[in-house]
Design a protein around this ligand. Structure first.
Ligand code: ADP
Ligand code: TRP
Length: 323
């Protein structure tokens, strides 16, 4: 039997190269070998979004981007979190065994409130809802970017606590991180993130995309001097996309180390790579935008498959606690 994976992204704004390199690419690469559940974390987004219209648009857009990036609905169950409301019931059952100190330790609450997000109870217990998402489909693996590892560890701790109390109800999953991706820097060299306004959206029109890539901050090493690729944001993004062993990456590193390559040239190579790598995705996205009926159908099928699995797990948990 195939192993199962589950993952999700919050619909909080336009997806970017960091989301692709750290998370989505893994889901796409794991198709075929694994049974896949990928969802849009719409309930989670309520911890940071209070604009209903923007939320609706962002949800739609994440689904379209998943499909454009290469998730195949024949191989992956794609659904919206709020189409499977049993997940919130499970979150309650988990919250009753989750010690408060486990939430106090979670770094994302501290980081997000420090950045100005409202300190709501929803934000505080965000990791419990995430644990419910995960445990609700009995996955073996949870592919995510590095910054989510703590959430998967919390999920494991909560599952073990529950199992210890009530018997083996939940499968305890592991995280999976693409080791060669690391944390992708944004155009200012900091972590690429929607909340820092430093992202590169691979679906931008070509001219805008080239202009944005030209804005990537580099140091002031003169054109004729040799440069260190490993400290340069342009090279880091190139390497994450093409792969460290790709001949184009090896050639670019050699050009850095030689003399006479300006950063403008490296940026041009990166723009070509992005356009080439995402060529099919860019085309597919246009088609998807033009066919909302198709997208709705995929979501309905995905939700039906998820509900079936989640109902099983939820009844197991209800029974175990005495309901
Ligand atoms: P953002 O920081 O832009 O709001 P999210 O927190 O919604 O991104 O992250 C969604 C997924 O994408 C997570 O699995 C996360 O680890 C991954 N991810 C986000 N930014 C990066 C990055 N710069 N490099 C690698 N992975 C990332
Ligand atoms: N917290 C994740 C993020 O910010 C989104 C998420 C919610 C998630 N539930 C999940 C990721 C379950 C993996 C599994 O990206």
């Amino acid at each position: 039997m195939k192993k199962r994976i589950l993952s999700g992204l919050q619909p909080t704004g336009q997806l970017h190269l960091g989301n692709y390199a750290g998370a989505i690419r893994q889901f796409v690469d794991m198709q075929g070998e694994y049974e896949i559940f990928v969802f849009v974390a719409s309930y989670h987004a309520l911890t940071s979004t209070r604009d209903p219209e923007a939320l609706r648009e962002n949800i739609q857009q994440v689904v379209i981007d998943y499909l454009a990036f290469g998730l195949d609905p024949k191989q992956a169950n794609i659904y919206l979190q709020h189409d499977v409301p049993q997940v919130t019931e499970l979150a309650w059952l988990l919250s009753c065994v989750c010690p408060k100190h486990m939430m106090d330790k979670a770094t994302s609450y501290k980081d997000k409130t420090a950045k100005g997000l409202a300190a709501s109870i929803g934000l505080y217990t965000y990791p419990i809802l995430q644990a419910a998402d995960i445990l609700s489909v009995d996955p073996d693996l949870v592919p995510v970017g590095e910054d989510q590892i703590q959430h998967i560890e919390i999920t494991r701790d909560i599952a073990q606590k529950f199992n210890h109390q009530y018997g083996e109800v939940f499968k305890v999953p592991a995280h999976r991180v693409r080791t060669d991706a690391g944390v992708l820097p944004g155009i200012d060299g900091e972590k690429m993130s929607k909340s820092y306004g430093n992202t590169i959206d691979p679906f931008l029109p070509e001219k805008k995309l080239r202009k944005l890539i030209n804005k990537i901050v580099t140091d002031s090493t003169p054109m004729e001097d040799a440069k260190n690729p490993d400290t340069c944001t342009v090279y880091k993004i190139f390497k994450a996309l093409a792969g460290v062993e790709d001949q184009r990456t090896i050639d670019l590193a050699a050009r850095y180390r030689g003399s006479g390559m300006g950063y403008g040239e490296a940026k041009k190579s990166l723009a070509e790579l992005v356009l080439d790598h995402f060529g099919p995705a860019r085309q597919k996205r246009e088609q998807l935008i033009a066919d909302p009926g198709y997208v709705q159908k995929i979501l309905a099928d995905g939700a039906a498959a998820a509900r079936e699995k989640v109902s099983d797990v939820t009844s197991r948990a209800r029974k175990a606690v005495g309901l």
